[in-house]
Design a protein around this ligand. Structure first.
Ligand SMILES: NC(=O)c1ccc[n+]([C@@H]2O[C@H](COP(=O)([O-])OP(=O)(O)OC[C@H]3O[C@@H](n4cnc5c(N)ncnc54)[C@H](O)[C@@H]3O)[C@@H](O)[C@H]2O)c1
Length: 263
């Protein structure tokens, strides 16, 4: 018996990385999955992988920052599978910037996808979830919990996501809806794809190594390690957990090392 038997889950950004690993795991656990991504090929690939393992899923192309797309992804899920029980707002982008040199368009793009996209997903999913209860999950980041240099727009969006999940938990608990947030540290995915051609290869390698330097478990997470946390929060194993921010960062934010005591 799977942990999500009989459930219908919609996952955004499910064509790659954390979302894809979660879509595969949710399907293995018995959920029917709407694999939503702006990248149609990525979404198709995830659906093929789920199908090959005997799971049920369909791919849907949507830009989560557009209200019409967000409404359509929920409507198509309900049309195909008859209901919606879980929405995992996971789609996101990353590129570094600093406030003094960031354009208004760069700020707007980051906030539109990484924060407004979560609002829109929740807005249209809630109409379905309020009929019978359900679960909302979002991917935040440790960058939303503490200041990180070089990514103020990303951190501001993720801080917004964390608060949005807590606020939704408060407003919809009486509909039997739980809302939580996962905050990963460094995860080995394609999140840096936008900048691979814009920064020197050695800088890219250094970016990948950040998790090795800063986390206590000296490596990046694999997307499957975040997916398992998502499964926990979306299943009945977390039936009494709502308004929670689950940090999955290998100890990156556990504290500040005081070299004085090291020897
Ligand atoms: N990788 C990390 O180190 C890390 C750390 C903390 C948080 N996160 C967050 O995890 C989430 C998933 O990212 P990932 O690391 O798996 O990266 P990824 O690039 O592998 O996957 C992100 C997916 O989102 C999709 N996407 C981007 N913009 C979209 C849009 N407008 N509409 C629909 N889909 C869109 C992409 O096409 C891609 O398939 C993001 O919210 C990211 O901010 C990642």
């Amino acid at each position: 018996m799977g942990k999500l038997d009989g459930k219908v889950a919609l996952i955004t950004g499910a064509g790659s990385g954390i979302g894809r690993a979660t879509a595969i795991l949710f399907a293995q656990e018995g959920a029917k999955v709407a694999v939503v991504d702006v990248d149609q090929d990525g979404a198709n690939g995830a659906v093929a992988e789920i199908g090959a393992k005997g799971g049920q899923a369909f791919a849907f192309k949507a830009d989560v920052s557009r209200a019409r797309d967000a409404e359509a992804m929920v409507a198509e899920t309900v049309r195909r599978f008859g209901r919606l029980d879980i929405i995992y707002n996971n789609a996101g982008i990353f590129f570094p910037a600093q406030v003094h040199s960031m354009s208004e368009e760069e700020w707007d793009r980051m906030l539109s996808i990484n924060l407004k996209g979560v609002f829109l997903g929740c807005k249209y999913a809630l109409a379905e979830l309020m009929k019978h209860g359900g679960v909302i999950l979002a991917t935040g980041s440790i960058a939303g919990l503490e200041g990180h240099n070089g990514e103020p727009h990303y951190g501001a969006a993720k801080a917004g996501v964390i608060n949005l999940m807590k606020s939704i938990a408060m407003d919809y608990a009486h509909y039997n809806i739980r809302a939580n947030c996962i905050c990963p540290g460094g995860v080995q995915t394609n999140i840096a794809k936008e900048i691979v051609n814009r920064i020197a290869p050695e800088q890219l390698v250094k970016m990948g190594q950040l998790a090795m330097t800063h986390s206590l478990i000296k490596r990046q997470a694999q997307p499957e390690e975040i997916a398992r946390a998502a499964l926990f929060l979306c299943s009945d194993d977390a039936s009494f957990i709502t308004g929670h921010t689950l940090v999955v960062d290998g100890g990156w934010t556990a504290g500040h090392r005081m070299a004085f005591f090291d020897s």
